[in-house]
Design a protein around this ligand. Structure first.
Ligand code: 5GP
Ligand code: ZN
Length: 137
C-alpha cells in the first residue's frame, strides 16, 4: 500500500467505492466522474504507478479482468460498445498514479472522441518506427 494513493485506500476499504468485481489480483469499480454511466476502472491490488513499472504477470491479470467484465459493463450500462483505455504519466492525462484501465461504455451519437489523427511529414513515418524497433528488447 502506497501512502496517499486513493486507489490503495479503496483496496484497503478506507474509502468507499462501487465495486463491480473482485478477484485475488484485481479490483473493478465505477469511476466517480464517468465519461458515461457505467465507466469502470480495473486496478491491480498491489500498487504500481503505471505501465512502465507494472510487471507483465500483473498486467496480464488486469487485462484478464478487463476481458472478463467488458461485456457486463457494456450490457449492464445499456451501451452498444466500450472503449478500453489507459493513461500513463501526466503528459498522457494520468491523474491517479496507481495503474488502472478504463472501460468506458459508448452509446450511439455520444460526443466522446478517443483521439485525433495527424499526418507524418517526409521520412518521419519510417524514422519513428525504426526508433521504436531499436528500443524493443
Ligand atoms: P486517469 O486520468 O488517471 O487515467 O483516471 C483516473 C480516474 O480516477 C478519473 O477518471 C477519476 O474520475 C477517477 N477517480 C479519481 N478519484 C476517484 C475516487 O476517489 N473514486 C473513484 N471511484 N474514482 C476516482
Ligand atoms: Zn496505489
Amino acid at each position: 500500500m502506497e501512502e496517499d494513493c486513493i486507489f490503495c485506500k479503496i483496496i484497503a476499504k478506507e474509502i468507499p467505492a462501487e465495486v463491480v468485481f473482485e478477484n485475488q489480483h484485481t479490483l473493478a469499480f465505477l469511476d466517480i466522474h464517468p465519461n458515461n454511466h457505467g465507466h469502470t476502472l480495473v486496478i491491480p491490488k498491489k500498487h504500481y504507478r503505471n505501465v512502465f513499472d507494472t510487471p507483465e504477470d500483473v498486467w496480464t491479470e488486469i487485462m484478464k479482468t478487463v476481458h472478463h467484465i467488458a461485456g457486463a459493463v457494456r450490457d449492464g450500462s445499456g451501451a452498444k460498445g466500450v472503449n478500453i483505455s489507459n493513461n500513463n504519466e501526466r503528459v498522457a492525462h494520468q491523474e491517479v498514479f496507481h495503474t488502472h484501465i478504463h472501460i468506458i461504455p459508448r452509446f450511439e451519437n455520444d460526443p466522446h472522441k478517443p483521439w485525433g489523427s495527424k499526418s507524418y511529414e517526409d521520412g518521419a513515418f519510417t524514422a519513428v518506427a525504426e526508433s521504436i524497433r531499436n528500443r524493443i528488447t
